[in-house]
Design a protein around this ligand. Structure first.
Ligand code: NAD
Length: 501
């Protein structure tokens, strides 16, 4: 058996375990594994008529689902969580095969799905509205949250399953059916999730049509974006995509939740615990081959420790094993495509033209069987030039130096994106000042920028899109709020003391 058949067979086995029938031998969408570039499956693409019929079915399901009490809706998500536990290794295998993540990161992504299901089940009994004191006697003033409608989820290749679960587990308990358009690069994991959710729904007796998968590229995504029956479009991907999706949804007065690109930075202060900072920086910058939205892309180090700290990072980088994620001990897997490598080398060229010095990495690594592998790059920059202000979705860490914290925070915030940020310091004043001033949706102290827990609201500001998903009160985006005033008196006092007649 050659390596290519092996990957395709492994994918077919994992899919089968999750309840997905055999894939067609040939169809429009060829799915490749970044591990070696081989085709691991073919899938059909949905036509415009199929997209329309799917949205119709989801809209019909909403009519039933909205009336089922939220704690009862939670049963589907509870069962889904159990099935995810049962099939954790199958799903993780698919994530590795399709997105190239190392097994522990792939398993971590599936764990995130399990965790958010747990969270959503609890939430199904806590969709609290508030009551407010009415200014009128014999009146009650309150708010209540209602299901919103069909949620369209558009997801990116780099978190092929977690992003879906953040949206879907929450949407379902909120009373919203989901139509999911996964990345065209990672549709196999989506097939597996869809099969497990359908099974969960059938086993708990939930209505049919709560979840649908739409396969295809941006044209299928655009059909969701433009359809007025999609009450909320939750789109995760590049800022380029968000720039198209946001205005189009707004034009029809739909609601959108945008989770877009990041350009995350960490400040390393003179008081930092450097052992801890090195570990935090290396995982955040080189983990997932630099292909997380929260990947650390900019390191802002105090001048007094910069040389020593950069040397330590360079040393740690040299020890990172790059290669086939299925091989023992590999920490950095493949880039998703040749195009990612091209954008990485183009960015490195620009950085060097701007006066940057490549300290280590940036070389193509040949791995038996194929695939696009590269050693994570560390580049010292004389200033935060244009290329540093952009998100290049590959493992490049730019290093800048600072003299005082105000300057560091100003540099930190002076990029278009606003997703994740961190500071390494043992000085409480510095830490608090940073948390107060970072303009990102996520700000950390003494941990890196990546690897958020599901309990908090996830998302970012500025060109990252402003959306919030997952924990805290992110559920409110999936519901509509109604304010109710009830008069239980025999009078009709008007608000603000208005007299009328
Ligand atoms: P991408 O923008 O190329 O594609 C993302 C999804 O959007 C895909 O499903 C794609 O088919 C769809 N799409 C593209 N154009 C569209 C359009 N005009 N209308 C509707 N749908 C459209 O992104 P990618 O390369 O898959 O993922 C990498 C990017 O995603 C990075 O920028 C990364 O930072 C970002 N990302 C952000 C988050 C976050 O939570 N903020 C999470 C993961 C990834």
């Amino acid at each position: 058996m050659n390596a290519t058949t092996d990957l395709a067979d492994r994918a077919a086995t994992a899919l089968r375990q999750c309840g997905v029938d055999a894939l067609p031998d040939d169809a429009a969408l060829a799915v490749t594994s970044p591990i070696d570039g081989s085709v691991i499956g073919h899938l059909p693409v949905h036509s415009a008529a199929e997209v329309d019929a799917t949205i119709t079915a989801a809209a019909q399901a909403f009519e039933q689902w909205r009336d089922i009490p939220a704690p009862v809706r939670g049963r589907v998500v509870r069962r889904l969580g159990e099935l995810l536990v049962e099939h954790k290794s199958d799903l993780a295998e698919l994530v590795t095969l399709e997105a190239g993540k190392i097994p522990s990161e792939a398993a971590g992504e599936v764990q995130e799905m399990i965790d958010v299901c747990e969270f959503a089940v609890g939430l199904s009994r806590q969709l609290y509205g508030r009551t407010m004191p009415s200014e009128r006697p014999g009146h009650r003033l309150m708010e209540i949250w209602h299901p919103l409608g069909v949620v369209g989820v558009i997801s990116a290749f780099n978190f092929p399953v977690a992003v879906w679960s953040w949206n879907t587990a929450i949407a379902l308990v909120c009373g919203d059916p989901v139509v999911w358009k996964p990345s065209e690069t990672t549709p196999l994991t989506a097939l597996a999730c869809d099969a497990l959710l359908r099974r969960a729904a059938a086993e708990v007796g939930a209505p049919e049509g709560l979840h649908h998968l739409l396969l295809g590229d941006h044209t299928v995504g655009e059909a969701l974006v433009d359809d007025p029956r999609i009450a909320l479009v939750s789109a995760t991907g590049s800022t380029r995509m968000g720039r198209i999706v946001g205005p189009r949804v707004a034009a029809r007065f739909g609601r959108s939740l945008l989770e877009l690109g990041g350009n995350n930075a960490a400040i390393v202060a003179p008081s930092a615990d450097q052992d801890l900072a090195v570990r935090g920086v290396v995982f955040a910058a080189a983990g997932t081959a630099g292909q997380r939205c929260t990947t650390l892309r900019r390191l802002i180090v105090h001048r007094s420790i910069a040389d020593e700290f950069v040397e330590r990072i360079a040393k740690a980088y040299s020890g990172l094993r790059v290669g086939n994620p299925l091989d023992e001990g590999v920490l950095v897997g493949p880039l998703i495509s040749e195009r990612s490598y091209e954008s990485m080398t183009a960015a490195l060229d620009r950085a060097q033209t701007d006066g940057g010095t490549l300290v280590v990495g940036g070389e193509r690594v040949e791995v038996a069987g194929g695939g696009v592998y590269v050693s994570p790059a560390l580049v010292r920059m004389p200033a935060q030039t244009e290329v540093v202000r952009e998100e290049t979705f590959a493992p490049i860490l730019y290093v800048l130096v600072y003299d005082d914290l105000d300057e560091a925070i100003a540099l930190h915030n002076d990029v278009p994106q606003g997703l994740s940020s961190s500071i390494f310091t043992l000085d409480q004043r510095e830490a608090e000042l940073f948390l107060a001033r970072s303009d990102c949706g996520i700000a950390n102290v003494n941990i890196g920028t990546s690897g958020a827990e599901i309990g908090g609201a996830f998302g970012g500001e500025k060109h990252t899109g402003g959306g919030r998903e997952s924990g805290s009160d992110a559920w409110k985006a999936y519901m509509r709020r109604a304010t109710n005033t009830v008069n239980y008196s025999t009078d009709l006092p008007l608000a603000q003391g208005v007299e009328f007649g």
